[in-house]
Design a protein around this ligand. Structure first.
Ligand code: CU
Length: 153
């Protein structure tokens, strides 16, 4: 059937071209490391009684690794929130000893609930542009000064 053969012949190059595109895309995809790894930015976070220090205050959007170290002398936690507030101005609970984790304008990204003395912990988070706060909300620790702000752009 010459007509069918003609159609088939006409379709094959298109299919071959399409396959080539798929193959090329697959090659590009396999060539580099996964983008999440390639673009990861690390912030060193040092915690102590009572303060939090960060190695950088501005990072690009994407994968961010928060590498936390507890210099003590007590146990701490590390909360990461997208925040409408700067870290020093989080709303307090009615007890006035801890900050209000469910306050409007505060959105939890992730946390390390317990970081023992001399221990380190990594939090790998996907961050979109905005202002973020790092803080410890163990009793009295936030008011003691365990808070820091950083920006994602
Ligand atoms: Cu603490």
């Amino acid at each position: 059937m010459p007509v069918l053969r003609a159609i088939t012949r006409r379709r094959n190059p298109a299919l071959a071209a399409a396959m080539l595109v798929v193959y090329a895309v697959a090659l590009v995809g396999c060539d580099g490391a996964p983008s999440s790894t390639a673009k990861a930015t690390t912030i060193d976070v040092t915690m102590h009684d009572f303060g939090i220090r960060v190695s950088r205050r501005t990072v690009p959007a994407g994968t961010v690794v928060l590498h936390a170290t507890n210099r003590g002398p007590s146990t701490h936690e590390l909360n990461v929130d997208l925040s409408r507030y700067t870290a020093a101005n989080l709303p307090l609970q009615t007890d006035s000893i801890t900050a209000d984790e469910s306050a409007n304008g505060l959105h939890r990204v992730d946390s390390i609930e317990q970081l023992n003395l001399h221990h380190t912990g990594d939090l790998t988070v996907q961050l979109r542009p905005g202002r973020y706060v790092l803080w410890c909300n163990l009793e009295g620790h936030y008011l003691g000064g365990m808070h820091e702000t950083f920006d994602v752009r």
